[in-house]
Design a protein around this ligand. Structure first.
Ligand code: TA6
Length: 315
């Protein structure tokens, strides 16, 4: 463990079979605890406790499955039916979608990044009491179809949740094209008492109405049926208002021009094997990324970053 200005680099355990934690409470004024342990299904995970929040991140997919501010309800929805199996996506939290969004013939939906085990390369205890964990996607067979690239992902937990996906084109002569998305599942107490502000007037593709191009002509969106919308020119913040929990969650993003709003509703919930039949009542996905006409085209040597920040406040 080396100390810098608030940087605590942890020597990671050689195996995840043992519970291992580093409690720097005694060594710095930033109380906190990072625990490495087998999670559900034996998949390795990190548990983070700080003075203001707790969080969980599975190494599979560098998947944030929990973010909860002290004294508040969790911000993220996790399906009770989620599978936790190597190579299978986890249902809920913040799936990391790369290098394509949606279905692709002969391939997994939403790309391959979320199905691989990522490496941790640094954990930092921040002067403000937060914790930042930095991951990278190790080499995997699917990457052979692409120019040389680095995929790095950082998760910072504290008073807010910040997730940043950085793609670097390491090729000397080939361009890199991809879609990316942070497919965030937000928790609500009752979908019928929740609404989404910030997309009024936005043009979107309606995936539950034959991919029709439409304009949202209401300022506040209520969810009362299966909803699957890809907003194309949507660089701004979106806000989820939850009247039941008396809170609002602001979804800030940078480096992303697309927003997706998804709720499977009754019939699709029944068709999803890793999602409870009634769980549509307690979630809505507000996703941030670069999809379809907003796909990223990265010249050799260039990087692009997609950043998400979740900020919750009382109504
Ligand atoms: O983001 C919305 C969406 O593309 C929906 O069409 C639905 O398929 C959802 O993602 C979940 O996809 P997944 O592959 O995680 O089951």
């Amino acid at each position: 463990m080396k100390r810098g200005s608030g940087t605590v680099r942890l020597q990671l355990p050689s195996t995840m079979s043992t519970t291992y934690f580093y409690d720097w409470q005694k060594k710095s004024d930033a109380p906190g605890r990072v625990t490495f342990k087998p999670g559900t299904g034996g998949l390795p995970k990190i548990e983070i406790e700080t003075a203001c929040c707790s969080a969980e991140i599975y190494l599979q997919g560098a998947h944030v499955t929990k973010f909860q501010k002290t004294g508040e309800e969790s911000l993220l929805f996790m399906s009770e039916a989620s599978r936790f199996e190597t190579g299978h996506p986890i249902r809920g939290g913040v799936p990391v979608i790369f290098p394509w969004f949606g279905p692709r013939e002969g391939h997994d939906s939403h790309g391959f990044a979320r199905n691989h085990t990522w490496e941790i390369w640094e954990i930092t205890s921040l002067p403000n009491g937060g914790v930042r964990v930095q991951f990278r996607l190790p080499d995997c067979p699917e990457l052979s179809a692409y120019p040389a690239l680095h995929l790095n992902y950082s998760v910072t937990v504290g008073e807010t949740l910040i997730c940043e996906l950085t793609v670097t084109n390491r090729s000397a002569d080939r361009g890199l094209e991809f879609e990316d998305c942070l497919h965030t599942y937000l928790r609500v107490s009752d979908i019928s008492r929740a609404s989404i502000a910030g997309l009024g007037g936005g043009r979107f593709i309606d995936k539950v109405d034959g991919m029709a191009a439409k304009t949202q002509n209401v300022s506040v969106l209520k969810i009362g049926e299966e909803t699957d919308r890809v907003y194309g020119d949507s660089p701004n913040s979106v806000e989820l208002i939850d009247e039941s929990l008396r809170r609002k969650i602001r979804v800030d993003k940078s480096g992303g021009l697309s927003t997706v709003v998804w709720n499977p509703w009754v019939e699709k919930s029944k068709r999803l094997t890793d999602f409870g039949d009634d769980e549509y009542q307690r979630m809505v996905c507000i996703e941030s990324g670069n999809i379809a006409q907003n796909r990223v085209s990265l010249p050799p040597g260039q990087s692009s970053a997609l950043k998400l920040k979740l900020i919750s406040n009382a109504l």
